[in-house]
Design a protein around this ligand. Structure first.
Ligand code: PMP
Length: 488
């Protein structure tokens, strides 16, 4: 007799179980017996529901600093991170077999969810021809054309691999073209992991200075002081404060870099007309405007935030959704700037730049997103609003004070007595501890969100009404469960 244990998504009606939970079944191959239900693999019913994650994480810490290759993967994951093993559409399974509706979506990269068949097919097809060549390819021209057709500022495009590389290259282009060294960045904005932008990303309040003129604070040790002198930190969503800075320093400033939606401190939309005023100021003071659309690109609209808000920057950076889960990034901009790149002029380089496997994924992603006249963008925005309104009313019904912000499919929850969160400093006043307790309870109800509330909830184009409804049921149940340990 051959015995095998398989794990199936729980699809059948079964009173005490929820959709999305897993059942483990023993299947007696070549026999006619009904499969035997061994038990529900679910955090609420298992004694040690995350034991395999715990064990693997212990091993990981032996070989990798903090047990991860990116700090955010362990940041606030107490007592240890949950390790994922497989995904399917909007759902993910951890190494213990627990299943979740996935709102991490690989930090927003998986715009078409896990294992989208068109992406898998495109990568498989490319594999037949070769993984990389180190020359320009026809595929690269096709994807550059697609980006140029979609994005207002994109007259020319260059490809890299990560958001970090894209913003680094964009800033270098700005400095080279203008012949000026200084960069203005905003407090609370994140632009990747290179020296020029790692200031006041997450500035602790006792040392961060006045809101209108924030103190520049290196995010990590190891960033040379000389680099810090080239960076000016400004408050976002505050045009008057920015103009004061530009009046004083514009003759030395090459560019202003901004996330058009502040999306690394929860999700904070620009105030009405803010981006328009930002564009006007940069033109007035002869400073380039760089939009870091690593999160907003190919997500909040086909042409990114610049299409949504009707403001065109000089240069824009893309990654994450552009590759649908494969490592690819793009720097796109006006022809007069971009055409300065080339041998003997401005450098742009990388062995893996425009690698065909990633571009195959990118082409499939962009083609899928624009099907039916870009219906996916409207659907994602609609689901984002439904989830925002649904969560806000669950908090209200249960008597908790919270603000839920959303821009398209990017959302965040702030536990706060404030009626609105529209600045970085307001976001830092929110109660992270409350968020964490809510999040941990949601986990038990099959919903995965990052334990840091200032990371986003990311919807994908394959989340549906069903996931939203289940999430709202989970939120109601979680808030009920928290009554025994009140949130406020
Ligand atoms: N810019 C923004 C707005 C981001 O959110 C990120 C990553 N979260 C980056 C740049 C850096 O991208 P990557 O992690 O691909 O280097």
């Amino acid at each position: 007799m051959s015995v095998r244990t398989i794990i199936l998504p729980y699809m059948v009606e079964h009173g005490e179980l929820c959709l999305g939970e897993l059942i483990e079944m023993e299947v007696l191959l070549n026999r006619r017996e009904e499969p035997k239900l061994l038990g529900v693999i679910n955090p609420t019913t298992e004694a040690a529901p995350y034991e395999r994650s715990r064990q693997l994480y212990e091993q990981a810490r032996v070989y990798m600093p903090s047990g991860a290759s990116s700090n955010v993967r362990v940041h606030l994951h107490e007592p240890f991170p949950i390790l994922f093993k497989k995904g399917e559409g909007p759902r993910v399974w951890d190494v213990d077999g627990n299943s979740y509706i996935d709102y991490l979506m690989a930090y927003g990269a998986l715009i078409l969810g896990h294992k989208h068949p068109k992406i898998i097919a495109a990568i498989q097809k490319q594999l037949q021809d070769g993984t990389m060549f180190g020359t320009t390819t026809e595929l690269e021209i096709e994807v550059a054309k697609m980006v140029a057709n979609a994005v207002p500022c994109a007259e020319m495009v260059n490809f890299a691999n990560t958001g970090t590389e894209a913003t680094m290259e964009a800033i270098r282009i700005a400095r080279a073209v203008t012949g000026k060294d200084k960069l203005i960045k905003f407090e609370g904005h994140y632009h990747g992991h290179h020296d020029s932008v790692l200031f006041s990303v997450d500035a602790p309040s006792p040392v961060s200075g006045l809101e209108a003129s924030p103190t520049r604070l290196a995010y990590f040790p190891g960033i040379p002081d000389e680099v810090s002198k080239t960076v000016i930190v400004a408050p976002w969503n505050n045009i008057a404060a920015l103009e004061r800075i530009l009046k004083k320093y514009s003759s030395d400033v090459a560019a202003i870099i901004t996330e058009p939606v502040m999306a690394n401190q929860g999700v904070i939309p620009p105030e009405p007309e803010y981006l328009k005023h930002l564009r006007e100021l940069t033109t007035k003071y002869d400073v380039l405007l760089i939009f870091d659309e690593v999160l907003t690109g190919f997500r909040v609209a086909r042409g990114g935030a610049q299409e949504l808000y009707g403001v065109t920057p000089d240069i824009a950076c893309f990654a994450k959704a552009l590759g649908g889960g494969a490592p690819v990034a793009a720097v796109a901009g006006k022809r007069d700037l971009m055409s300065m790149i080339g041998p003997g002029r401005i450098g742009f380089g990388g062995t893996y730049n425009a690698n065909p496997l990633s571009l195959a994924a990118s082409k499939a992603t962009l083609e899928t997103l624009v099907e039916n006249d870009g219906e996916a963008f409207r659907r994602m925005a609609d689901l984002g609003s439904k989830l925002r309104d649904g969560l806000a009313s669950k908090f209200k019904e249960a008597g908790y004070q919270a603000v839920v912000n959303a821009v398209g499919p990017l959302l965040s929850i702030y536990f706060t007595k404030l009626r609105k969160v529209s600045t970085y400093r307001q976001s830092t006043q929110c109660d992270q501890e409350k968020y964490k307790r809510f999040r941990d309870e949601m986990l038990k109800h099959g919903v995965y969100m990052h334990p840091d509330g200032l990371e986003r909830i990311s919807l994908s184009a394959v989340h549906t009404e069903r996931e939203i409804e289940q999430t709202l049921v989970a939120a109601e149940e979680s808030l009920k469960a928290l009554r025994t340990q009140p949130l406020s």
